[in-house]
Design a protein around this ligand. Structure first.
Ligand SMILES: Nc1ncnc2c1ncn2[C@@H]1O[C@H](COP(=O)(O)OP(=O)(O)OP(=O)(O)O)[C@@H](O)[C@H]1O
Ligand SMILES: [Mg+2]
Length: 262
């Protein structure tokens, strides 16, 4: 039987047969502000409650910012620091200490994560890399290779891993598509303006060894609580993407302009 880890969001666990299969490498992808970091904090908070060693690598926010954000959902990370939780500051360099990275390279990151794991002790552990895209910002072609390296090496250390990855706002193209191919699961975060209001959505695009839900779910981020599943979208995909005919017209007119420019 597949052993699974709760995401810390009970309603979400129900969509994936109880949780993330232990040892999996999960990609959380989506535009800025869609909830990837907060979804990751749920995973860590749950791990801490269960007594699992937890490691959080942050590249876009400082260590203090992560702790403050967690506190807003009533998770006190500070009391676990160095005992069950290590937050590796991989970019912000607010404080240079044992758990900050001088250079953000895949090798340095892996070494620091292993050092942290050794400090926290044996057993199954949870790891968040937020974001993995920071490792290949200047070399998107390396995304797949780097992701594969992380997965292969860290797997030996009994980790279940979340790796957040950003989408370019304009194209919705994954920043270096590689993460998704290497990942055992993909959770896609989206945002949309409807009736002049921001809405956020979540979709399980892939989860190996799991009979997972295939609907788009609207989510809410609630102060003091975190991510809440509001309900699933009943619309077909066509209802919230452009109709084929319109898309074709856009492409054709684009081609025309190109020809005219020649
Ligand atoms: N205490 C809070 N209560 C309610 N909503 C909050 C609270 N804190 C943050 N949010 C919401 O969560 C959003 C940020 O979510 P999150 O940091 O998880 O996004 P992200 O997908 O990680 O974005 P990025 O790719 O930029 O890191 C904020 O824009 C805000 O709307
Ligand atoms: Mg984030």
């Amino acid at each position: 039987m597949v052993s699974r880890l709760s995401t810390g969001i009970l309603d979400f666990d129900k969509l994936i047969q109880g949780g993330i299969p232990q040892g999996f490498f999960i990609a959380l992808t989506g535009e800025p502000g869609t909830g990837k970091t907060i979804f990751s904090l749920h995973f860590i908070a749950k791990g801490l409650r269960d007594g699992d060693p937890c490691i959080y690598v942050t590249t876009e926010e400082s260590r203090d910012s992560i702790i403050r954000q967690a506190k807003q959902f009533n998770w006190d990370f500070e009391e676990y620091i160095e005992k069950k939780l290590i937050i590796i500051d991989a970019l912000m360099k607010e404080k240079e200490d044992q758990w900050s990275l001088v250079n953000l390279t895949p090798e340095e990151l892996v070494n620091k994560v292993i050092e942290a794991k050794q400090k926290l002790g044996y057993g199954k552990a949870r790891l968040v890399i937020d974001s993995v895209s920071a490792l290949f910002l200047d070399k998107p072609a390396m995304a797949r290779k780097i992701s594969y390296y992380l997965k292969r090496v860290l797997n030996k250390w009994n980790f279940t891993i979340y790796a957040t990855s950003q989408y370019a706002i304009t194209t919705s193209q994954a920043f270096g598509f590689g993460v998704e191919h290497v990942a055992d699961g993909i959770i896609r975060f989206r945002r949309m303006i409807r009736n002049g209001e921001l809405h956020r959505y979540i979709l399980i695009e892939k989860m190996r060894q799991t009979d997972h839900d295939k609907h788009v779910w609207e989510i809410d981020i609630v102060n003091g609580k975190g991510i809440v599943l509001k309900g699933r979208l009943e619309e077909r995909r066509e209802d919230y993407t452009l109709p084929e005919k319109v898309k074709r017209k856009i492409i054709e007119s684009g081609k025309k302009t190109e020809e005219e420019l020649k």
